[in-house]
Design a binder for this molecule. Structure first.
Ligand code: ZN
Ligand code: ZN
Length: 139
């Protein structure tokens, strides 16, 4: 047994940490919520996150967390997350489709026709002031 003790962020109880950041009770609760959310979204496509949260009686943050974790993916779900790159609305994950493609492409070789955001920084003008010395020959 090498489980370290932690405080559950949900209920504050001390529990033996086993890889998940919640105590077994809250983990169990979260799993039940997840199943409810998944079922509700399947039965009510098109509802937005707030309607889902209200219907089930959970916090919106919980549902957002499922979406962020990628556990919950629904095309019928109204976009409630923001792309971390462009701030556009997305349904799941961290990036929107086009940013994912851009990121994918930049990981491989950059596909030229896909490049839309070429950020060319102009080189700062570096003008050095030159003081010319005039030497006058004195006679
Ligand atoms: Zn707990
Ligand atoms: Zn994006």
């Amino acid at each position: 047994m090498n489980a370290s003790l932690r405080n559950c962020p949900e209920c504050g109880r001390v529990f033996g940490y086993m890889g998940r950041n919640l105590c077994p009770d809250c983990l169990d609760k979260e799993e039940k919520i997840f199943q409810l959310v998944r079922k509700y979204v399947r039965d009510h496509p098109g509802d937005d996150i707030y309607e889902v949260a209200e219907a089930i009686g959970v916090e919106e943050e919980k549902i957002l967390q499922f979406l962020r974790d990628g556990r919950l993916q629904s095309r019928g779900f109204q976009a409630s997350l923001e792309c971390e790159r462009c701030g556009g609305r997305i349904n799941s994950g961290r990036y929107c489709q086009s940013c994912r493609e851009i990121l994918d492409n930049s990981l491989r070789r950059v596909a030229p026709e896909r490049r839309t955001t070429a950020e060319a920084k102009p080189a700062p003008a570096n003008k050095k002031r030159v003081h010319k010395m005039h030497i006058m020959d004195s006679e």
